[in-house]
Design a protein around this ligand. Structure first.
Ligand SMILES: [Zn+2]
Length: 85
């Protein structure tokens, strides 16, 4: 899947590999805009973090199309054990 400017979608395995290898370098983009996600991908990343590295996050609400601007997505996340979003 391609995004604007011909960028490829970033798969969860790539994000996990970056995390496990402590890779914070830019891959190809000097502006550090290397990772491109759709809503489902971002939700999967949050769920993976919760299941695997103990960050204790809970997804409260997902707007696949942002209802304020309409050109992106919003994911409301709460730290488990907190009443604040
Ligand atoms: Zn990466």
């Amino acid at each position: 899947m391609y995004f604007r400017q011909g960028k490829l979608k970033t798969f969860l395995k790539h994000i996990i590999d970056d995390y496990l290898t402590d890779n914070t370098k830019s891959h190809n983009d000097p502006n550090y805009h290397d990772h491109c996600w759709i809503t489902e991908d971002f939700v999967n990343i949050v769920n993976w973090m919760t299941a695997n590295i103990g960050v204790n996050l809970e997804i409260v609400e997902v707007l696949d199309v942002d209802d304020k601007v309409g050109n992106g997505f919003s994911v409301f996340i709460r730290k488990m054990g907190s009443e604040n979003i």
